[in-house]
Design a protein around this ligand. Sequence first.
Ligand code: CUA
Length: 322
Amino acid sequence: MIGLQFLIAVSPKASTLKVLDPQSPQAHAIFHLAIVAGIIFAVIFAIVAGMIVYALMRCRWREGEGDPKQVAGNTTVEIVWTLIPCLIVVALFALTWQTMGASDPPPAPEPDIVITGHQWWWEAHYPKSGVVTANEIHIPAGRPFSIRLESADVLHEFWVPQLARKMTTVPGHPNHIWIESDHPGTFLGVCSEFCGTEHAWMHFLIVAETPEQFQAWEKAQLTPAAAPPNDSAARGLALFQQMSCMNCHAIDGTAAIAGVGPNLTHFGSRKILGAGVVDNTRENLRRWLTDPQEVKPGAKMPNFKFTDSQVTELTDYIETLQ
Ligand code: CUA
């Protein structure tokens, strides 16, 4: 593997977006095409640049020289310089065709996940099990997983360079891709199409697990939210239901069922907050609840101007949602 990495974005989880480190058959196919095409382009560049430099040195006008012999045309040369580019284009087309077959097979009849881009976070719905989560998408390692991509508002682009091609999410027009990881691991994904103020903070994590871990995760996600473990958390839940939080968020097992913002049923088990803008820690959750706009300017969640004790109660509750 070449040691180069494009550091396009750095999340607080210290993950970097690795565009030259394929970890799935689909990403390997794209990577190999890029390398082969890059070599072909480099050779063409070297030949063309070499011939220009050679001509400049060898054929430049010298003192006492007359005009060179005038040439009107050369059929052989013209055929050769037409044929060679045609052959290169045909070869690149064949390689691209082959890569598309490997990296972008036809969609499955039923997707394993439906992922919806929102300004500025990702919703993941597993139709076969009913799991709904946000920004942290679990998949079983070692097998292709079919994704249907949708958008709730504008164009976004779903991209996990280590695992798959990129694909636009279009409102009203589902797209499909396959995603796969050769082995368990956590991979950073981003939105790669400008979609508004917080486009740059529309990160997500793909967590590839062994089939057993994945099943256990799905089972845990399907359990309703735990009851508040203490008085402060209970007051937090009451606040959550009174202060219009539930107009946007769902917490399974409570009266909150809205789907405008991320589902918070198991929020405490996620690693990132605000689609990657900060780590999911108690301190950052307090900052977020105190003023989301300070943490992520432009985020759709307004500042509710909670008092300090209200922030503590809400934090006490939401943190227990493991
Ligand atoms: Cu969503 Cu850029």
